[in-house]
Design a protein around this ligand. Structure first.
Ligand code: XUL
Ligand code: CO
Length: 437
């Protein structure tokens, strides 16, 4: 079946440079341009997400759908899912993105029973596999939605009812099977409703043990089926439960250490989640690298004036530049990528708004990447940073860090010292960043 003519362009969006007057063009995302020896496409590893782009109908707490997509109404659910897949793959082709991502329930209708849902997912996976034989697009990651259905209202792995835990095992097994079949580079677990509202009805220590067990079982299964990519945990605070167990990167890292999961599980970090946790995006990325647990990014942005997960398309070049400045120092993505966990606003009802959103954000990311490359080439930030810590390169300081000095020895040496405070030069450094973005 040929894809419906949903979008206006017929040909893929191309890089046309800054001087073009064409609206549907890349001005900065030049996929073959080499950035620190690697193609831009291979640095940025963009992924379109299925849920916001093709499954979300544009509703908010005060009103229903605004998008009225043809696959959202009437007809046989599996047939509608196929129509949705045709449009999705048409958009992947038009944007010329290398990856996509999905939850099980985004792509296939839920059945009356677990078995029926699994069969539906298998049917759609077959269709995806056939499309991927000729399409360029690959799967960055798959995941299971263990939070929308009513059965998960008190959590999935952390549910007080072991039957719900078991149901979640059934769903996650089918989702990683589908991800593996489609050659997914990672498998993601966002905590969803793994958290609580009140300790009056919650045995927190028990629930954390349940979550640890669930993830250990998933890791064992991943090895059993030969899934090579990492499992990625996506931290998020506040939503949907008041106390999310995966609050932020540091919280998840402590959890992974406790349950001995750091060899197989890494982090998928999202801008809007970082902000809700009271952190900057680059802080979360730094925490992940500092603990050797960086995996992938969900690229979006929150709104400064709103305190919830607005999932807007990332447009802030400076913020992106600072993230890439960190990432490039570690060689950039390995299995991860930039997943557009972002949705167009509910008034953006034209199909082409989906293209404009991705194009504008891809250009913002490209600009951020290029700014980071230039800052690193010039040592604009790394130079002053190295100078600030230069004292630690001295032999005596190195000996302290190597564990070769006792507290008494260092204390005795301190008697002849008179350290003088030095400026942190914050405004000078902020001005430097502005010169590059
Ligand atoms: C929720 C969120 C999810 C995950 C995948 O805020 O970010 O879409 O990325 O479940
Ligand atoms: Co996300």
């Amino acid at each position: 079946m040929s894809a419906p003519a949903f979008f206006s362009p017929a040909d893929p969006i191309r890089f046309q440079g800054e001087s073009t007057s064409e609206a549907l063009a890349y001005r900065h995302y030049d996929k073959d341009r080499l950035v620190m020896g690697k193609r831009m496409e291979d640095h940025l590893r963009f992924a379109v997400c299925y849920w916001h782009s093709f499954t979300w109908p544009g509703g908010d707490p005060f009103g229903g759908e605004t998008f009225l997509r043809p696959w959202m109404h009437g007809g046989d659910p599996l047939e509608l899912a196929k129509q949705k897949a045709d449009t999705a793959f048409e958009m992947f082709r038009l944007l010329d993105v290398p990856f996509f991502t999905f939850h099980d329930v985004d792509v296939a209708p839920e059945g009356e029973s677990l078995q029926e849902s699994i069969d539906n997912l298998k049917a759609i996976t077959d269709i995806f596999a056939a499309k991927m034989e000729t399409a360029k697009v690959r799967l960055l990651w798959g995941t299971a939605n263990l939070f929308s259905n009513r059965r998960y209202m008190a959590g999935a792995a952390t549910n007080p009812d072991p039957d719900v835990f078991a149901y979640a095992c059934g769903q996650v097994k089918a989702a990683i099977d589908a991800t593996h079949r489609l050659g997914g580079a990672n498998y993601v677990c966002w905590g969803g409703r793994e958290g609580y509202e009140t300790l009056l009805n919650t045995d927190m220590a028990r629930e954390l043990d349940q979550l640890g067990r669930f993830l250990s079982m998933l890791v064992d299964y991943k090895h059993k089926i030969g899934f090579k990519g990492p499992i990625l945990i996506e931290p998020k605070p506040k939503e949907p439960t008041k106390h999310q167990y995966d609050f932020d990167a540091s919280t998840v890292i402590g959890f992974l250490r406790k349950y001995d999961l750091t060899a197989d599980v890494k982090l998928n970090l999202e801008q809007n989640h970082a902000i809700l946790a009271g952190h900057s995006f680059d802080h979360e990325v730094k925490v992940a690298y500092a603990n050797d647990l960086f995996g992938s990014l969900d690229i979006n942005r929150g709104d400064d004036l709103l305190g919830w997960d607005t999932d807007q398309f990332a447009m802030d070049v400076k913020e992106i530049a600072l993230v890439f400045h960190e990432m490039l120092q570690h060689g950039g993505f390995t299995t991860g990528g930039l997943n557009f966990d972002a949705k167009i606003r509910r008034q953006s009802i034209d199909p082409d708004d989906l293209l404009h959103a991705h194009i504008a954000s891809m250009d913002a990311c490209a600009r951020g990447l290029l700014a980071a490359e230039r800052m690193l080439e010039d040592k604009a930030l790394t130079g002053p940073l190295a100078d600030r810590y230069a004292g630690w390169d001295e032999p005596e300081a190195k000996a302290i860090l190597a564990g070769e000095r006792s507290l008494e020895q260092v204390a005795a040496d301190a008697l002849s010292l008179n350290p003088q405070p030095r400026s942190g030069r914050q405004e000078y450094l902020e001005g430097i960043v502005n010169r590059y973005v």
